[in-house]
Design a protein around this ligand. Sequence first.
Ligand code: T4K
Length: 404
Amino acid sequence: MNPSSAPIFVTQPDLPPLQEFLPYLEQIWASRKLTNGGPFHAQLEHALAEHLGVRHVSLFANATIALVTALQALRIGGEVITTPYSFVATAHSLLWNGIRPVFVDIDPHTLNLDPARVEAAITPQTTAILPVHCYGTPCDVDALQRIADDYNLKIIYDAAHAFGVARHTPQGLSSVLQHGDLSVLSFHATKVFNTFEGGAIVSPDARTKQHIDHLKNFGFVNETTVVAAGINGKMSEFNAALGLLQLQHVGPAIARRAEVEAQYRRALGGLPGLRLLDPPRDATRNHSYFPVMVQRSFAVERDELFTRLREAGIVARRYFHPLISDFPMYRGLPSADRGRLPVAAAASEQVLCLPIHPGLADEDVQRVVGVVLQAARVNAVAVGAACPAADAAPHAATLLPLAA
Ligand code: T4K
């Protein structure tokens, strides 16, 4: 296919050269150890803990099972406060545990759970908070922890987007995964670091990790002892071996993502009606997504831009639209009322995630930019010249609730 007409996807998995994976496969074939805690599984848990700067990692088959298990591990019940602006797996993990989700609105700058609103939603039934580091932007972890401490609540972070994200602290860089009681990562094909399918729970201590490891193996402690109604959440040796190899390549992959983002910011920053999210000041980034907010003042509506991109062979995605709280299994909840979630509702109506992944060539980025500029009826040269710095601050348009 002509490269200029080849489809461009919102993301595509980064894969190492196949030859580099063959020796791992040979070892699996020779050992016949395919799963149930094999050598690659153990190696990847240690390697990830070191790479991410965390204490204990338990690998899982995917992040959804990991979220379900994390809630089980901490014996969470009753009500849990969470965000409506996420992938459905976040709230589904609550329903799978018979927990009632309580949706709370998000902060307009980070699009993460708004701590001020969390506190207002606490009831005697509240047992935990389930925030999401959306697009890899850290939540206000200090404010959330203060609330959790005051009201004796647990925090489980859905860190599916936050691989490798760290905060700058006076003591140096500190992984965002160290906050709360547990954090859950996704290694799905569409993520910054993938093992085809996969996920992990980050625990603060060895006892918690041990319990989680029992839960993901049906509750088995040994051949004859089952301590809980556990599940099969184990990662196979195939996925773990791939993860070990992927770790060697993830640094350059994130660096290329950063270049793609810089190109978008140079070309689209300052475009009237198109809001780019402010990069967090106090954290490193993994450039997992590149969301733009198509506001009412933009030349065309969000869905029109989405369609024009599709017609040009470019698959942008409306992550996250609809809101989780709009899906049938949630919309009857009082907290799902859109009137109570104006910021999330506006974000869901405005957001478009543009393609970003390490396999994108500069020409691909230019193709995406070209369609956006054409929709905005703006001369590409004029915009690029007006906003020369790679990390130029996006214009100050605010995310207003649609009702405003
Ligand atoms: N929490 C949060 C906050 C999450 O975002 C997610 C997952 C989870 C929890 C649960 O994690 P896991 O249980 O999955 O580990 C995708 C992913 O399936 C999902 O993992 C992800 N979030 C979500 C944001 O996006 P879809 O329905 O958009 O995937 P799909 O198949 O349409 O893929 C998107 C694009 O990626 C395609 O246009 C092409 C490309 N692609 C995808 C796959 C699977 C490839 O090129 N190759 C591939 O193998 O949900």
